[in-house]
Design a protein around this ligand. Structure first.
Ligand code: HEM
Ligand code: HEM
Length: 136
C-alpha cells in the first residue's frame, strides 16, 4: 500500500505540471500566431487546424487552471500522508492558488487592464521557478 501511494503521489505531482503546461500554452500559441502569421497562413489545412487548436487552448484556459488545483489537492493529500509537509511544495502551492484567484478576478472583472495581465504573466513565471525548486 505504501509503495503504491508513493508512486501515486508522484504521478499526481506530474499531473499538476501537465495542466500547468496547458495553461502556459495560452501564451505560447498566441505568441506563435503573431510571430509566424505568414508561415501559418501558407497552408490552409494547417492554418485551420492551428486556429482550432488555439481556440481550444484559450477557451479552456481556466479549466486547465482548475484541474491543476484539483490535482494539487490530491497530491498534497497523498504526500502529506506519506512524507509529511514539504516547504517547497507549500510555497509552489501558495503561488498556484494566488495565480488561480487572480485568474478568476481577471475573468470576472469588467475591464482587466494591462497591469493585471503583466502580473498574471509574471506569477506564471514565478510559479515555474517555484515548481522547479520543489522537484529539483
Ligand atoms: C504546484 C504545486 C506542486 C507541484 C507542481 C508538485 C509536483 C511534484 C512532483 C512532480 C513531484 C515528484 C518529483 C520527484 O519525484 O522528483 C513531487 C514530489 C513531492 N511533493 Fe509536490 N508538488 C506540488 C506541491 C506540493 C505540496 C503542497 C506538498 C505538501 C505536502 C508537496 C509534497 C511533495 C513531497 C513530500 C514530494 C516527494 C519528495 C521526495 O520524494 O523527495 N508537493 N511534487
Ligand atoms: C496555473 C494557473 C494559471 C496559469 C499558470 C495562468 C497563466 C496565464 C498566462 C501565462 C496568461 C497570458 C496569456 C496571454 O499572454 O494572452 C494568462 C491569461 C489569462 N488567464 Fe490565466 N493562468 C492560470 C489560471 C487562470 C484561471 C484559473 C483563470 C480564470 C478563472 C485565468 C484567466 C486568465 C485570463 C482571463 C487571461 C487573459 C487572456 C485570455 O483570456 O486568454 N487564468 N494566464
Amino acid at each position: 500500500m505504501y509503495d503504491f501511494l508513493e508512486d501515486f503521489g508522484e504521478i499526481l505531482g506530474y499531473a499538476i505540471i501537465f495542466f500547468y503546461s496547458l495553461t502556459i500554452l495560452n501564451y505560447i500559441v498566441k505568441l506563435a500566431n503573431k510571430k509566424f502569421k505568414t508561415q501559418i497562413r501558407r497552408n490552409k489545412t494547417f492554418a485551420d487546424n492551428y486556429m482550432k487548436m488555439m481556440r481550444f487552448i484559450v477557451k479552456n484556459h481556466r479549466y486547465f487552471g482548475f484541474l491543476a488545483i484539483l490535482f494539487l489537492l490530491l497530491h498534497f493529500s497523498v504526500q502529506f500522508l506519506t512524507h509529511g509537509l514539504s516547504i517547497t511544495g507549500i510555497i509552489a502551492a501558495a503561488v498556484m492558488v494566488l495565480q488561480v484567484v487572480l485568474g478568476i478576478y481577471g475573468h470576472k472583472a469588467k475591464k482587466r487592464g494591462k497591469t493585471w495581465l503583466t502580473i498574471h504573466r509574471s506569477i506564471a513565471v514565478l510559479l515555474l521557478i517555484a515548481i522547479a525548486i520543489h522537484i529539483e
